[in-house]
Design a protein around this ligand. Structure first.
Ligand code: KIV
Length: 271
């Protein structure tokens, strides 16, 4: 007999319970409906509609060009493809840095128009007022510290952040601030594993690492990198589970050959 298993949606409370019980949180990005259905059915806890869409979907060099309207479009598609995962969406560069009213308006637009469950903002103390205001409006906020790609032109490089004491101290202070103003979780990107471990144990909310070692409460990767669709991107923190670029490349080659040879479609593939 087919049992109709009820699918229970992951919430911010589920993530907190996972941290409390020591169960690791698995998060991946997705940007469209089809990929969201696959990743969601694979058992992912959190789907991040990252502004990395600017790079992997639109082909820009950085995350900066993508707009709020474009992020809403991606998020909306992902939400429709998701039954179980918590869907978190990046507020893009320029949509929240101006002031806390602008940040709140962007977050409200995102929630209303995409149907997502939470937003993510980059930064610490500088965005604390905005986070507080967004959370006060009932919108869950995920923080993001360490290598924050929207500040790439300030950093000048994608190398590991917070190796110097002053930056490490700022990060340790920032994560406490983000917890105080109500973030439900914080992404820690490309920082020393020891610092990530210290930051993780200093707060009650979960941390999600990317290039931040194993002590974080969860891990996140960009789906296109993780399945090997991004050619030639091989940072140390990336574990590539498939080689989709080569697989698709091969399939396209076979298809081109079949079409050119007049072998596709065959008798069974026509009406
Ligand atoms: O935009 C993104 O994909 C992200 C992850 C790398 C955390 O912010």
């Amino acid at each position: 007999m087919q049992v109709n298993k009820e699918i229970k949606r992951v919430t911010t409370h589920t993530l907190q319970e996972m941290k409390n019980s020591g169960e690791k949180i698995a998060m991946l990005t997705a940007y469209d409906y089809s990929m969201a259905t696959v990743v969601d059915s694979g058992g992912i806890d959190v789907l991040l509609v990252g502004d990395s869409a600017s790079m992997v979907m639109a082909g820009y060099e950085t995350t900066l060009p993508i707009t709020l309207d474009q992020m809403i479009y991606h998020a909306n598609s992902v939400v429709r493809g998701t039954k179980r995962a918590l869907v978190v969406v990046d507020l893009p560069f320029g949509s929240y840095q101006g002031n806390s009213k602008e940040a709140l308006n962007s977050a409200i637009r995102m929630m209303k128009e995409s149907g997502a469950h939470a937003v993510k903002l980059e930064g610490g103390k500088e965005i604390a007022e905005s986070v507080e205001r967004i959370v006060a409006a009932g919108i869950p906020v995920m923080g993001h510290l360490g290598l924050t790609p929207q500040s790439i032109y300030k950093f000048g490089t994608y190398t590991v952040r917070a190796k110097e004491q002053a930056e490490a101290d700022k990060l340790k202070n920032d994560i406490k601030i983000l917890e105080t103003v109500g973030c439900f979780a914080v992404v820690l990107e490309k920082i020393p594993a020891t610092l990530a471990a210290e930051a993780t144990s200093s707060v009650h909310i979960p941390t999600i690492g990317i290039g931040a070692g194993n002590a974080c409460d969860g891990q996140v990767l960009v789906i296109n990198d993780m399945i090997g669709l991004t050619k030639g991107f091989t940072p140390r923190f990336l574990r590539q589970y498939l080689n989709m670029f080569d697989e698709i490349n091969k399939a396209v080659g076979y298809y081109v050959k079949d079409v050119k040879a007049g072998n596709f479609p065959n008798q069974k593939e026509q009406y």
